[in-house]
Design a binder for this molecule. Sequence first.
Ligand code: GDP
Ligand code: IMO
Ligand code: MG
Length: 456
Amino acid sequence: MNICVVGLQWGDEGKGKVVDILAEHSDIVVRYSGGSNAGHTVVVDPDLIGTSRDSGSTVPDKIGGKFALHLLPSGVVRPNVSCIITNAVVVDPEVLLNEIEAIAKRGIELKGRLFISENAHVVLDYHKMEDQLREESLGKNKIGTTIRGIGPCYADKAGRSHAVRIGDLRNLQQLKEKLQTTVNYKNKVFTAVYPQEALRLNSKPISANDIFEKCKFYADKFLPFIIDTTEFLHNSIKDGKSILFEGAQGTLLDLDHGTFPYVTSSNSSSLGMPAGCGVPAKYVDKFIGVVKAYTTRVGAGPFPTEQDNEIGQYIRDKGHEYGTTTGRPRRCGWFDAVAVSYSIKIGGIDEIALMHLDTLAGIKEVKICTQYAIRNTHNEVTKWFPSNIEILSNVEPVYETLPGWDEDITEVRDFRKLPSNAQNYISWIEKLTGIPVTIIGVGPKRSQTIFRKKRA
Ligand code: GDP
Ligand code: IMO
Ligand code: MG
């Protein structure tokens, strides 16, 4: 069974946890888009170490606790799973190396089971500098990026002439020449376009030689992992392996289908999966969309159900809503069924994994946005998520108000044992979105999950 897991909101829905859970029944986990802007958290309960399918293998005792992953696929904690980073991921070698080393210290071996596409593009220092300079130059119009160099790296990919790919690490002489031309160009542009910003940020011209020396070092470390991942995946399909495709970011951050320009620079909906790894969507048996039981967003951009008030603060505190990558406080608000229904349509989603249900406990009345009233027109309402950002920024959410629940549900493992108001809340989400909620998160740990369907 091949499954694609994708976020249906603005990222941080809990994809890492869902992928880690489903990886128990997978042979391969594939990261197919984004870069180190992603932060995917996996929390393994110490008492679960060595259970289930892992029990026959030599799982080291140290594999427990929390893992904050940026580039490594979230299947990495499962020792039998191969982890693939494919062509459309933009790889910051420094971040990846740190992750590989940190995980090795916890006893997780990656040799022979981590593979990186030779066609993946490389994020270099000048991409991160450009991201920062550009954000600084935008003042109040900032996108609020993660400053991880994502946009500039994807721009170089589309522009082609300055792009550096992982496979280029194999030919250092040629790479040296390319870096000289590229760095020369970047320095000229930065000096001409961002002189004030460079001064404010105290950023210095980049040295092509320094970047080349780093690349030489990375080449040494990464060469054993570099392959043609498309060929690997098609051979795996032929061999009947179970593949889990792991989305990064969320559908509403998709470059083409999200809330442009407040999006990331890749196709982060499930539509990015085929191009992102060279496997057609027809090989995916199930698309699972991950949502939170409410909504969060990091960075700028419209957010119709945002609660910039004590409700938002309650959710932020209770759900520990601070970014995994940047530590920024996440903006919090009610569940938006208009936005999620749109993401379901765009992504061909079959089932919902609803995370953080536990976080809503203690709120007297919970709200779900069922449609938008469009301001400036005569009583017009819509159930379709508007593609026009001006319209979206001005909609008024129309809510269904439901009774909340007080009980702590973090130890519940059976849907029927949830408070009836929590069950009712889920039924509403199913009714409004038209698809079943099959996985429910009641806490960050792997074990804090309710399954409404048997998975094999
Ligand atoms: P991702 O980017 O979609 O993988 O999500 P993140 O890892 O950035 O953010 C999700 C956060 O919520 C992480 O800190 C998870 O450990 C945590 N989490 C995931 N599922 C649940 C849940 O059901 N309940 C609670 N309380 N925390 C959860
Ligand atoms: P995961 O995979 C939440 C947001 C940034 C910013 C916008 C553009 O953990 O869900 P970028 O650095 O990509 O140019 O920033 O996208 N963003 C995310 N928000 N979760 C993420 O990843 C994100 N990756 C990017 O906050 O608003
Ligand atoms: Mg995240």
